[in-house]
Design a protein around this ligand. Sequence first.
Ligand code: AMP
Ligand code: GLY
Length: 451
Amino acid sequence: MKVLVIGGGGREHAMAWKLLQSPKVQTVFVAPGNGGTAADKRLHNVAITDHAALADFAQAERITLTVVGPEVPLAGGVVDLFRERGLRIFGPTQAAAQLESSKAFAKAFMKRHAIPTAAYEVFSDAAAAHAYVTAQGAPIVIKADGLAAGKGVVVAASLDEAHQAIDWMLNPRDNNSDNGNNGNNDNNDNNDNNAAANPLGVQHNAGGARVVIEEFLDGEEASFIVMCDGKNVVSLATSQDHKRLLDADAGPNTGGMGAYSPAPVVTPNVHAKVMKEIIHPTIAGMAAEGIVFTGFLYAGLMIDAQGQPRTVEFNCRMGDPETQPILMRLKSDLFDVLMSATDGSLNEVELEWDRRAALGVVMAAHGYPLDPRKGDAITGLPSEAADAVVFHAGTSLKDGQPVTSGGRVLCITVLADSVKLAQQRAYDLLQPIQYSGMQFRRDIGFRAIKR
Ligand code: AMP
Ligand code: GLY
């Protein structure tokens, strides 16, 4: 059978890699794909991003199943369009994707359904936002409303930083209409055209002229991802991402610099609480509001010292780079699972996981996240093994050789008996890889190792 993966990042490379392992899958198309999916003779890149053209392609090629990686096509209604045309696709509808595409929608939704999250207010008026921040004090969190690839958020340690963030997000004088995150996401963490002048790494007017100002939550973060078929929910292995650019969680927020699975902070007790207090009420709350949720639902959690989880954000897709370690640990046939998820029979699915840990280290381009450079030649890539894969993200092929083409370039992902061993192996594997200006963290997995 033929499968179509929409997207071109490391997450989509990992999905395509995993789908190829199914004996039922003959061909995997990736639209648009990247240099890694182009170099793999078993995968086929398709240079289409337009939704109607993708549906035409799926029809013409008799694609059995389509799965969507990034948020941009979901928020743009690609699932609605495929379904109207009778095509099988896994993902949320445009209405359901609002849980991610509008932070204001998500926050109001959580308030209506008593889902634990940070207290907040929404502002479109800069003066009112400044006054609120002054009254609340720091630390405080300022978020642009709309899709911002994890970069429209400032966790302000001081009031000065908070006021500056409000100016960057709400002040019309500097806005640049070029800056919407309108590309097919993820190997283009590079939409921040004029962000170089911006000390906070905030996208100008990243998601429209509204900000959400939130209470600062203290604790440890985890990524909690489930699959939902509209009625039934199956949780994936837990994971933890590293959102800041530099070691020890310093520097600006990024799309994610590395991840590992499982996340020990999600104890069985925390897991049960998340399902009961966050996941089930979210699916039920959406249904009560007339929106059937299908697709991956990703709750970004902050878990406090008492083990109480709160929702930092929802995404309506898998995480990148969390997908890379998660799918390396998945033993079940992903094609079968996705067929069940689009048949409404996830209640019959029990996912099987490798007991080992998986860890992925992201290598980013020169200048990421503010101004990633393209076109640097990449050398020294290791060959693939069953327990060690270099997933590509922002790469393309130039005369058959890989070059950088986006913010996050590669994700070196390995399976090993512990997070510590996986970390060692990943950094060993990374050693020979070279390109000008490469950036990566040297401490991926540190929280799990510290435990
Ligand atoms: P978001 O795009 O909402 O996931 O935010 C990006 C990152 O900012 C999160 O992964 C957290 O590290 C941090 N963050 C967001 N909201 C809060 C909050 N209310 N308290 C503390 N940290 C936060
Ligand atoms: N790695 C964070 C995300 O995918 O949103």
